[in-house]
Design a binder for this molecule. Structure first.
Ligand code: G3P
Length: 232
């Protein structure tokens, strides 16, 4: 078994969205591990942050993680907002997203010291991710599609997973920022330990037109032969 596949049993799949209806829909038929948001995602919902957090608590079970981001960019602000976010749902399965800026990296150990789980976000290079792992982050979120604008984003994320394994860092890559199924597919095939994907791309992973055509054909043939659309 490769170091990548050894991580598969703990694999987590999150929805990257604050669209409550889309989250409800996908959670109704998929084993989703939680939801990630960021400031832009929350503004796009057309709702205030408190309403979004309240609705997420309603729709998700306590076993599903809520992963939300600080907005402030200074040390004190990040620390204060991290504590506020960590108090959502009594702190049960809450992860705070902190950017990998200088101030963010400085804040990660302080947030961890308060017993709060951290996802280091806004990662554009494996080197930023390395420092976030060394600072004690639980998750590292490379922005895959945005990294692909500059080069081999997929390859860099795979290299990052391998680097973390070499050092035995506990930090888990949570690949983010996807624009198509192929990007998701390549990282799943490489054994990415966690991933967060927007609802549209998750639907595209499942709703292959060929499957619908095949099922229609089976039903039509069955009906023609037996005059019904069920086994008996
Ligand atoms: O949540 C962070 C990440 O997923 C951002 O994605 O689509 O804005 O590049 P995107």
């Amino acid at each position: 078994m490769s170091p990548l596949s050894e991580r598969l049993p703990n694999m987590e799949f999150f929805i990257d969205s604050a669209d409550i209806e889309a989250i409800r829909e996908l959670c109704s038929f998929l084993p989703i591990d939680g939801v990630t948001t960021n400031p832009t995602i929350i503004t796009k919902s057309g709702k205030g942050p408190q309403q979004v957090f309240d609705e997420l608590c309603e729709v998700l079970t306590e076993d599903q993680k809520i992963i939300a981001q600080v907005v402030s960019l200074d040390y004190e602000g990040i620390l204060e907002e991290a504590e506020k976010i960590a108090s959502i749902r009594g702190g049960k399965n809450i992860v705070v997203k902190i950017p990998v800026t200088r101030e963010g990296l400085r804040t990660i150990p302080a947030v961890k010291a308060k017993g709060i789980s951290v996802l280091a976000t806004g990662i554009y290079s494996p080197d930023q991710a390395f420092w976030a792992a060394k600072a004690g982050a639980d998750y590292l979120a490379p922005y895959v599609n945005r990294m692909c604008n500059y080069g081999d984003g997929i390859g860099q994320v795979i290299e990052l997973i391998e680097t973390l394994a070499i050092y035995g860092f506990e930090a888990k890559v949570c690949a983010a920022s996807f624009k198509n199924v192929d990007q998701v597919h390549q990282l799943l095939a490489a054994g990415v330990p966690a991933i967060t994907v927007n609802p549209g791309t998750i639907r595209d992973m499942i709703d292959h037109p060929g499957t619908g055509i095949a099922m229609k054909e089976f039903t039509a043939n069955w009906k023609k032969a037996y005059g019904r659309t069920s086994l008996q």
